[in-house]
Write a protein that binds this ligand. Structure first.
Ligand code: DON
Length: 583
């Protein structure tokens, strides 16, 4: 669906890339759920779409999407469906779906009302302080688990906005865990990868996620999770409280005590999710809503859009070297601000002029039109030495116009690899999102600035950026992505393609992505960009950019909604599969 927002003066020529992708998308027959037809080269299955006129659910996992749609059909609203999808993903997408992690939910209660952010980011245990860890040694251990926020976050959203009883919403996840479900190729790969990487010391991970016959998982196999089914049953009957103060809390603390972990009963009992005011970015005739600190996503987007306006980005050919260059140079500058200033708002103070128009104008005009600015030159005052996955996003709207944009995470794939013994779920390794060594900023991207150093009870800085775009008080676009720091740029590129460059959502999701995060001083481009536009890469190199290639960036399951016609389009990114289904 093309979200027509305004008339672009003299609609610019489209690059070869855009036309090529456009063909891929136009070939799509948008019936109920139809895979986009293969385009030339390697564009096959870049998106899967569903069209409807009521609700819509788009997530990384087909059984989770179907469970969410069943809730909508049972007269649940978007928040009810979000609770179900989030809990189902704990079962069907264990590398990121979680009750042992945290995240951010952008929620638009109803047309005409303002969106809110339900923030359920993990916190550092009270015993954590800056010198407690050597991250290299502890990446996969219970020592780097933050206090999980997911269940209190879901509970907060449900208690304020939900309609169906809590136990009804947990039931599909229990069923999926108890009866098992057929795994797809994506999940088989994800499970086989972690089982190969994790040594025998991660015995509980092997017991819970290993194939009973000890062989590799294949698409079509059935995964049963009886421990998790019991845990979820407790959560259905006792409510999320059991996780924080009851039997499940006891299981978590027992694991901590047996493995030199930091989290205590008090840390769990004291965890609170927050309702926060989203960052609101007025942009032409729409408003973009994104999470505030402790996510860096909202502020980064709030810097990017005015800079792009100042640079008249929309007048550059989409996908042209100058357009990519301007986007990248903006990313570079915004990520430096992120490194310098951003952290938990209860601990760090932002420069008051961060978003001032004059400051952003100056930033915009510090960009050379045809030369890369070396990242080090932007921060002469900082001492810079040389030196995965997984998260998941889902988008939901209901027939009344309520919308949920939710990103949540275990940080890396399968988090800490620590499965709480007997409880069947993983703990996050989110403590890795803090800046680890005070003062140590490296060309490889480690940041040592003060605002995001570890402190007891502090929330680690996140890049999760679930976004809602509203026009005239109605949600018209829901998007977000996994991908660590690339999240912000994936979301920015999708928004820019739709809002500035006028591309249809399918094309915005399908087209190749790129990322710059200040340090390392390089553009990371998707391999499809290199395969289809080698001359663009050459042009960027001539401007002084260092370009490296990655397989894929992000996984942006999104929804476009046209309030006037009632048409809703779900677009499931196929970088990690994913499934869109209409109510
Ligand atoms: O909150 C954050 O920014 C990171 N923990 C997200 C990690 C992530 O997206 C990894 N995934 N694909």
């Amino acid at each position: 669906m093309r979200i027509r927002l305004w008339n672009r003066p003299g609609n610019k020529r489209l690059s070869v890339l855009s036309i090529w992708l456009g063909v891929a998308v136009l070939l799509t027959v948008p019936t109920h759920t139809v895979l986009a037809q293969a385009a030339p080269v390697r564009a096959a299955r870049r998106v899967q779409t569903a069209i409807g006129t009521n609700g819509m659910v788009v997530s990384v996992s087909r059984p989770a999407t179907e469970a969410g749609v069943a809730v909508l059909r049972d007269d649940g609203n978007a928040v009810d469906a979000a609770v179900t999808v989030a809990l189902a993903l704990q079962v069907t997408w264990p590398e990121a779906g979680n009750i042992g992690g945290g995240g951010f939910m952008l929620l638009h209660p109803k047309p005409g009302e303002s969106p809110v952010c339900i923030e359920y980011r993990e916190t550092a245990p009270a015993a954590a302080h800056a010198l407690t860890f050597d991250l290299k040694e502890t990446t996969h251990s219970s020592r780097v688990a933050g206090v999980p926020g997911t269940l209190r976050g879901l509970q907060l959203a449900h208690s304020r906005y939900g309609r169906l009883p809590w136990s009804r919403l947990v039931a599909p996840a229990i069923e999926l865990a108890r009866q098992g479900f057929e795994i797809d190729a994506s999940l088989a790969t994800s499970l086989n990868k972690v089982l190969k990487a994790a040594g025998p010391e991660y015995a509980e991970l092997h017991r819970v996620y290993g194939k009973p016959d000890g062989r590799s998982w294949q698409a079509g196999d059935r995964l049963l999770q009886p421990d998790l089914a019991r845990t979820l049953q407790r959560i259905a009957e006792q409510g999320p409280e059991d996780f924080y103060t009851g039997e499940i809390a006891r299981q978590i603390v027992a694991e901590m005590q047996s493995s030199d972990g930091l989290m205590t009963q008090q840390d769990l009992a004291g965890y609170l999710a927050q309702v926060r005011e989203p960052v609101r970015i007025p942009f032409r005739d729409v408003e973009i809503y994104a999470p505030p600190l402790p996510s860096s996503g909202g502020l980064c987007l709030a810097e990017m859009f005015p800079i792009w306006e100042e640079l008249h980005l929309g007048e550059h050919d989409h996908g042209s070297p100058s357009s990519v260059h301007l986007k990248v140079e903006t990313m570079r500058r915004v990520f430096l601000d992120r490194a310098r200033y951003f952290g938990d708002p209860d601990f760090a103070t932002l420069p008051p002029d961060l978003l001032d128009r004059d400051r952003l104008r100056t930033l915009a005009h510090s960009i050379s039109p045809d030369h890369a600015t070396p990242s080090r030159d932007l921060a002469p005052d900082l001492d810079i030495v040389d030196g995965g996955t997984s998260t998941t996003h889902f988008s939901i709207v209901d027939s009344a116009g309520m919308a949920v944009s939710n990103t949540y995470t275990l940080e890396q794939s399968f988090g800490s690899w620590v499965v709480v013994p007997g409880a069947g779920f993983l703990l996050n390794n989110e403590m890795g999102d803090f800046n680890w060594k005070p003062g140590l900023t490296t060309t490889t991207g480690r940041i040592g600035t003060a605002p995001n150093l570890v402190a007891p009870g502090k929330r680690m800085l996140s890049s999760q950026s679930p976004v809602l775009v509203l026009r005239d008080g109605q949600t018209v676009l829901v998007t977000g992505s996994p991908g660590g720091r690339t999240i912000i740029n994936t979301v920015a590129l999708v928004l820019c393609s739709v809002l500035v460059e006028g591309l249809p959502l399918q094309q915005a999701i399908a087209e190749p992505r790129f990322h710059h995060q200040w340090l390392p001083d390089q553009i990371v481009v998707e391999q499809s960009l290199q395969a289809t536009q080698p001359e663009l890469i050459e042009n960027l190199r001539r401007m002084g950019h260092h370009v490296v290639v990655t397989k894929a960036q992000g996984d942006a399951h999104s929804i476009a909604r046209d309030p006037a016609s009632g048409r809703v389009e779900g677009v499931a990114d196929q970088r990690r599969r994913g499934f869109a289904q209409a109510e």
